[in-house]
Ligand binder design. Sequence first.
Ligand SMILES: Nc1ncnc2c1ncn2[C@@H]1O[C@H](COP(=O)(O)OP(=O)(O)OP(=O)(O)O)[C@@H](O)[C@H]1O
Length: 241
Amino acid sequence: MNLFQMKGVGISFGGNRILGHVTLSMEPGEIVTVVGPNGSGKSTLLRILVGALPVDEGEVIRKQGLRIGYVPQRLQLDPTLPMTVSRMMRLRRKVSRADVSDALEQAGIPTLANRQMSELSGGQFQRVMLARALLGRPELLILDEATAGLDQPGTASFYRQIEQVRQDMGCGVLMVSHDLHVVMSASDRVICLNGHICCEGEPSHVASAPEYRALFGEGTKGALALYAHHHDHNHTHEAAE
Ligand SMILES: Nc1ncnc2c1ncn2[C@@H]1O[C@H](COP(=O)(O)OP(=O)(O)OP(=O)(O)O)[C@@H](O)[C@H]1O
């Protein structure tokens, strides 16, 4: 049974058609990444799936009772507001301290429960967001640019954690990412979006597809080289773990 099926989905905002003819489904345990240029409708696609936006065309069928965990693009917290990680995790729903502790463990940050949110590194903050999304034991985990602002080691480490979560919990993972180099190694399937699905398939297939090359550049010889990053300086860095 698919986690969801989107059939011919389209949506417009103020007369502008943002997405059209989107047909997409996912199986349990799959890791699927959506890539595409800015404004190509990636976040809109995720928000449709979460149920936050009604579609104008087509239909979205979710597995009955599908449990979704959502990590939004950016959550702003007032840094002057004292709040521990544990309190933040229990804000929205009634959960036990044991559940919080399990979720933090799953997210790879077992020792952070009593830390202040304002003291966390970017990587640690995103793992708290991940832990929060895991509280409801999702069958589908949806992440919208969860690694935005993290450096390369932080990003790679975050994706390794996602892979671990998938193994431990068996959930499907649908994410939007601009980290093409990691996407290609961390995903089972890549969807290339630009108002419609331009191409999709295994990472190696998508990386060599002309539609993908047209969007992300010809000279990359695949995505791996695209975001190559050389360090010629040293700096101290507080990683997520
Ligand atoms: N609620 C809304 N009302 C009007 N326009 C919207 C709304 N949500 C998104 N849009 C527009 O739809 C288009 C696609 O936005 P979306 O956020 O889905 O793109 P994206 O691919 O996630 O972009 P990015 O990579 O920059 O995050 C943009 O032009 C955006 O301005």
